[in-house]
Design a protein around this ligand. Structure first.
Ligand SMILES: [Zn+2]
Length: 173
């Protein structure tokens, strides 16, 4: 029987902390306690919790579009302390929006025999949506809780939720 996993996308100091290099804004704070509850529930059930982490090179080409952020090995690229991973939980470093691009995420999901994935984190219209696209292309059952995702752009947030539901079949819960 296939198992379920929680993917926690980019809940990193540079995005979530007010002093972060690419702070996502006020709306991110409300999702932290919600995500904490979800993480604790998955852990209690013995289900997988998988973290995605933006971890850029010092001169990454993404910095032509965004201010430099989440440089690998720095404070900004660490998961916020409230949601810190525990021993054995994979933290997947990525350099692009999708959690699948250039990473072991696909292998990890296969090894853990995952069939259903819940995605939480930031930003709804960027890394969350691109990772959901990758999950949909690979046939996973997907859910995205509205209370568990945030974006610095409210319109993009709403659009992304609709698009993930209509194009990728994600259950928006
Ligand atoms: Zn980035």
């Amino acid at each position: 029987m296939s198992k379920k996993a929680l993917i926690v996308s980019d809940m990193l100091n540079d995005f979530i902390d007010e002093n972060g290099a690419l702070y996502c804004g006020e709306t991110v704070h409300a999702i932290v306690p919600f995500i904490r509850e979800r993480i604790e529930r998955y852990r209690r059930q013995g289900a997988a919790v998988i973290y995605l982490r933006d971890a850029h090179d010092a001169h990454d080409e993404e910095f032509e579009k965004f201010p430099p952020h989440c440089v690998a090995g720095t404070w900004g690229s660490e998961v916020i302390s409230e949601l810190a991973p525990i021993a054995g939980e994979p933290v997947v470093n990525k350099k692009r929006y999708s959690g699948f691009y250039g990473t072991d995420l696909e292998k990890i999901l296969l090894e853990k025999a995952i069939g259903a994935v819940e995605v939480v984190g930031v930003c709804t219209s960027i890394c969350v949506m691109d990772t959901v696209a990758g999950l949909a292309n690979r046939g996973y059952s997907i859910s995205v809780p509205v209370k568990g995702v945030a974006d610095f752009d409210a319109k993009f947030h709403e659009f992304a939720l609709k698009r993930m539901a209509q194009l990728y079949g994600a259950r928006i819960i």
